[in-house]
Design a protein around this ligand. Structure first.
Ligand SMILES: O=C(O)CCC(=O)C(=O)O
Length: 351
């Protein structure tokens, strides 16, 4: 009887913990829903919400409708035949001493693999290069005329800037069995303290055939029309530094959600444009090769920061920036959701 009671107690305690965790996710979601930063998107003049009126003449009616409905759009062969120099440059950088790297470029290593003994300067340990602005070759993606010409469809005709830390070369190494090559389901808007969300867009170029086995992007179509969800590091610790996921969904095996997800298989030169609220990620690379892509987020010069002092979500982000000593007056504002800045720190290219 005693044994039964204590097993009951353990189960009840476990159930309580489970319910408390679920309740705290629900509480965080409802708190988030109240925030000014959740005023995400509004109709933009011609009946559309997620694309700018300038999209007319850039996207076909069908493409525009697809983006409005799904939150992403694949443009096949937009940069056909242009993948090779990016890959060659990445490989050249792998053999370049750090002190000879382009100024400001950051190497993001797979910390889990490094901890497990993978040589940290090897191709297998490097998951990303970020801040590609000063690199003579890799910078050509963000400023590529074929991409830049399409931007007004989302960012409007007034101009756009690339968001510096989002210019990245992504090198997904073969998974060693721990799932560290996986990027959990997330929304990029979590990292961006400016709005409106729909005037931000990501362009992601496949540098080779990307498919389910080597970890192509997976997306949840239509999720761009929903709220920003709380994000955190996956509790089982299998994700890399900075790879946050949506609370309650970041530790799961995405194949459990196959009915809701689309796996975006692409050929080299294909570009996918997607909304910053679109829930997306990429699965393990279970091949023996690498899966490479290059991407950039762009933001309309009409976007405004909102007050991070009154918004806990954005405060996390602001603290991160502050900790990197990119001092910035926009984070000092006292008034909620005011136009405190026209993106002064987004130095790189204006289009
Ligand atoms: O390319 C990938 O594997 C995922 C990239 C991504 O989702 C991101 O950088 O936000």
């Amino acid at each position: 009887m005693d044994a039964l009671t204590s097993s009951h107690c353990r189960r009840i305690a476990a159930l309580r913990r489970h319910l408390a965790a679920a309740a705290s996710v629900a509480a965080a979601e409802s708190e988030l829903a109240q925030l000014p930063g959740q005023q995400l998107s509004a109709e933009r003049g011609d009946g559309y919400v997620f694309t700018d009126p300038a999209a007319q003449g850039i996207l076909s009616a069908e493409q525009r409708d697809m983006y409005e409905r799904d939150g992403f759009l694949v443009v096949p062969r937009l940069l056909a035949g242009e993948a090779e120099p990016f890959v060659a440059r990445f490989e050249e950088l792998l053999h370049t001493a750090k002190e000879n790297f382009p100024k400001g470029m950051q190497i993001v290593r797979d910390l889990v693999l490094v901890k497990e003994g993978v040589n940290q300067v090897s191709e297998k340990a490097i998951t990303k290069l970020q801040h590609l602005e000063t690199d003579p070759v890799l910078s050509r993606f963000s400023t590529h005329p074929a991409i830049v010409e399409m931007l007004p469809a989302w960012t409007g005709p007034q101009g756009a800037k690339s968001i510096p830390f989002t210019t990245q070369f992504i090198n997904k190494p073969p998974d060693l069995g721990e799932g560290t090559s996986r990027h959990p389901l997330h929304q990029d808007l979590w990292y961006f303290p400016f709005r409106p969300a729909s005037a931000i867009v990501c362009a992601w170029l496949a540098l080779e055939h990307v498919h389910r086995d080597n970890g192509c992007l997976f997306v949840r179509p239509g999720s761009h029309a929903k709220a920003l969800k709380p994000h955190s590091k996956p509790p089982d610790g299998r994700a890399n530094a900075g790879y946050l996921g949506i609370d309650g969904a970041n530790n799961e095996d995405e194949s459990e959600h196959d009915d809701e997800l689309v796996y975006v298989e692409m050929q080299p030169g294909d570009v996918v444009f997607f909304h910053p609220l679109l829930q997306h990620g990429s699965a393990r690379n279970v091949t023996g090769g690498f899966r490479r892509a290059i991407s950039t987020h762009y933001v309309s010069t009409d976007c405004v920061f909102f007050d991070t002092a009154t918004d806990p979500v954005q405060r996390i982000w602001a603290d991160r920036v502050a900790s990197k000593r990119r001092s910035n007056a926009v984070f000092q504002s006292k008034k909620p959701f005011t136009c405190v800045s026209r993106l002064p720190w987004l130095r790189p290219w204006r289009f």
